[in-house]
Design a protein around this ligand. Structure first.
Ligand code: FES
Length: 305
């Protein structure tokens, strides 16, 4: 008993390098940010209406979130400028890199704002501080560029290194968003790991309403099941964006008269035939199943290859 008590005491004590992660996790619960988040995310949603521009900002056309890879552009350019600032005779090259980083920050900011407005609250709290860090970095690099342009190189370098500090702090929070909070990752169940090969009995077709999605379970995973006449379409139920329940979504038809489901949480739209993303913020296809009906009227499913 004595030994167990000591173990728990050791585990609960913050240890050196984890304190930064603990503080960042604390941001997830910073309710004081919520009023600002409400105002800003409402303004973004009113400005950025559903459509091709919003889809492009999320990264729907490329099938991955657009924001994370775009952050590499200003970060890489500004870090390169910092390295050159430590060397003699690189004044013009550093200035060019700082300017290119500012240009690269524009699409990075726009894609980040679009994604942030469709996150859940804990992600938005961390995302707001991440954005504040990056805005500070951009402001300092703008000051750095102006100073260099006016020939005040020492001030330009000083602003640059201050900007780099803010950039690294904001980047750390971006990493927390991506890897701890899984912003941008697919939240759909991975059927390849969770469903055995072959056909599986799911339910009787008689219990499926026509044109109305229902929820069914297959082993560990929940399924979205939609019967339209003689056709039955099955997708995993947890939305690939942030795990919203697709069976509670609205069924519509797209421009090609294909049936689609709109996620009730942030409006991602998936074609029920194959799970393709029609509109974001989701960028990952919703895992889909092949279906067939036995002579006894039993619906069978297997993951679509
Ligand atoms: S959970 Fe966000 S659109 Fe489905």
């Amino acid at each position: 008993m004595e030994r167990r008590t000591n173990i728990f005491r050791r585990m609960s004590r913050p240890q050196g390098s984890t304190r930064l992660a603990d503080a960042t996790e604390g941001l997830e619960h910073a309710r004081g940010l919520d009023r600002t988040i409400r105002v800003l995310s409402t303004a973004v949603r009113r400005t950025l209406r559903p459509g091709p521009v919003k889809d492009a900002l999320h990264g729907v056309p490329v099938g991955h979130p657009a924001h994370p890879p775009l952050t590499d552009v200003p970060m890489g350019l500004w870090m390169s400028a910092a390295v050159l600032d430590l060397m003699p005779g690189t004044r013009r090259a550093s200035q060019a890199l700082v300017a290119a980083g500012l240009a690269g920050a524009v699409p990075t900011v726009l894609t980040g704002i679009a994604d942030w407005a469709a996150m859940h609250r804990e992600q938005q709290r961390v995302g707001l501080v991440h954005a504040a860090g990056m805005a500070t970095a951009s402001t300092l690099y703008s000051a750095s560029f102006m100073a260099r342009y006016q020939g005040r190189d020492a001030a330009g370098r000083a602003f640059g290194f201050a900007g780099l500090t803010a950039l690294l702090a904001g980047g750390y929070l971006g990493g927390h968003l991506a890897f701890r909070q899984a912003a941008g990752a697919s939240h759909a169940d991975q059927t390849a790991h969770l469903v055995a090969l072959g056909w599986h009995d799911l339910c009787s077709t008689e219990e499926l309403p026509d044109g109305w999605p229902v929820h069914r379970r297959l082993g560990y995973i929940g399924l979205f099941v939609l019967r339209t006449g003689d056709d039955v379409h099955v997708l995993t139920d947890r939305c690939s964006h942030l795990a919203g329940p697709l069976h509670q979504g609205r069924v519509v038809t797209d421009d090609n008269a294909d049936a689609c489901v709109i996620c009730p949480w942030h409006g991602s739209t998936f074609r029920v035939r194959d799970g393709a993303v029609v509109h974001g913020p989701a960028t990952a296809r919703q895992p889909a199943f092949e279906t067939r009906v036995t002579d006894e009227g039993i619906l069978q499913v297997r993951p679509l290859g």
